[in-house]
Design a protein around this ligand. Structure first.
Ligand SMILES: NC(=O)c1ccc[n+]([C@@H]2O[C@H](COP(=O)([O-])OP(=O)(O)OC[C@H]3O[C@@H](n4cnc5c(N)ncnc54)[C@H](OP(=O)(O)O)[C@@H]3O)[C@@H](O)[C@H]2O)c1
Length: 312
């Protein structure tokens, strides 16, 4: 057995198997959703979604569609009254602009407002929170101890960083727990994010990195995908065919990594025939510094993720 760039590689004769090396960051990663088993426990919980914008809306729509929460036990809020009325009509749940009222009696509060608004919303709802209320925040840059300071004693807090691919059940979410949250709170949060994709438990110190990689990442991936589609057009393909080829190819490549556990470098080698066409393309990528550019993009986004809370 050897390790190769963070992977465990087992060599048996000519056969070589690889699996992720377990790390402290991903001690409990799961491939199989546990939505069904947790669903029974969550339908009797009262959920309040505060800040039902792009991300809050994606999550709430998924929960209602899957029956993870019962509509009569869900309340939601937004900033603008007209948006509240439109959402209430669309979702069939109570939507208002009154955070404190929405949180009254809630078992789970899902905080989906912008980082700069988190403080004022927490101040508003703090009197309604206690040790039996689980607060789950998806706000980038906002640490669990900031939330704990605003909500008072012993309130369990889970910080989460999902992405917009949750809209089609292909989300990736990193979660970590605050001082007063136990394993059961993490499990509840995990069930809520497994419902829209995969969930990984990380140390809080890694949450900005999760933000820079998998939360900002879809934007980077769309640019890469769009570039592949442009490339297809350049070499003569109709745009719709080109976009389909590019998107399905990227989905396929990602699926192979996830399903086989094979190292991406070894998979790349398998596509690269000696003196074939792929190696010529790879040379162009290396000359264009694709790797270093992507690494720098994630590093920048990660640093930026640490700054948002402190801006007005
Ligand atoms: N978008 C992403 O890819 C992504 C990924 C991971 C995490 N996040 C995090 O998710 C959070 C929301 O991001 P988003 O992209 O969904 O933003 P968004 O679409 O602007 O949603 C924010 C929502 O908060 C509402 N709001 C503003 N002030 C409020 C208040 N005082 N009380 C209640 N609701 C209030 C807004 O209401 P109106 O609609 O009436 O203006 C809006 O619906 C951010 O903290 C972000 O860091 C986003």
């Amino acid at each position: 057995m050897v390790t190769y760039r963070g992977w465990i590689v087992t060599l048996r004769g000519r056969h070589c198997t690889r699996r992720w090396r377990e790390t402290a960051v991903d001690a409990d990663g799961r491939v199989v959703n546990n939505v069904w088993t947790m669903a029974q426990k969550l339908t009797d919980k009262k959920l309040a979604v505060l800040g039902t914008g792009k991300l809050g809306g994606i999550l709430l729509r998924a929960y209602l569609k899957q029956g993870l929460f019962s509509p009569k036990r869900v309340t939601a809020t937004v900033k603008h009254a007209e948006k509240a009325a439109a959402l209430a009509k669309e979702l069939g749940v109570g939507v208002s602009t009154e955070n404190r009222k929405a949180v009254h009696g809630a078992d789970i509060v899902l905080l989906g407002v912008k980082p700069q608004v988190v403080g004022e919303v927490l101040k508003e709802i703090a009197p309604e929170l206690g040790e039996k209320t689980l607060v789950i925040s998806v706000a980038a840059s906002v640490p669990t101890n900031y939330i704990e300071q605003h909500v008072g004693a012993n309130v369990p807090v889970v910080r989460a960083m999902p992405n917009t691919c949750s809209a089609v059940g292909c989300g990736m979410t990193g979660i970590c727990r605050g001082t007063h949250a136990g394993a059961e709170h993490l499990e509840t949060a995990r069930a809520m994010f497994d419902a829209v994709g995969r969930t990984v438990v990380v140390d809080e110190k890694n949450m900005d990195a999760v933000t820079g990689l998998s939360a900002s990442g879809p934007a980077f991936a769309y640019i890469i995908l769009e570039s592949f589609a442009e490339a297809g057009v350049k070499v003569g393909l109709p745009r719709d065919v080109s976009t389909l080829l590019a998107a399905q190819m990227m989905k396929g490549a990602a699926s192979v990594v996830l399903e086989t556990g094979d190292h991406p470098a070894l998979l790349k080698d398998a596509v690269t025939t000696p003196a074939g066409c792929t190696i010529d393309g790879i040379l162009e990528l290396e000359e264009g510094k694709l790797r270093v550019t992507l690494i720098k993009a994630v590093v920048k986004a990660t640093h930026r993720a640490g700054e948002l809370l402190f801006e007005k």
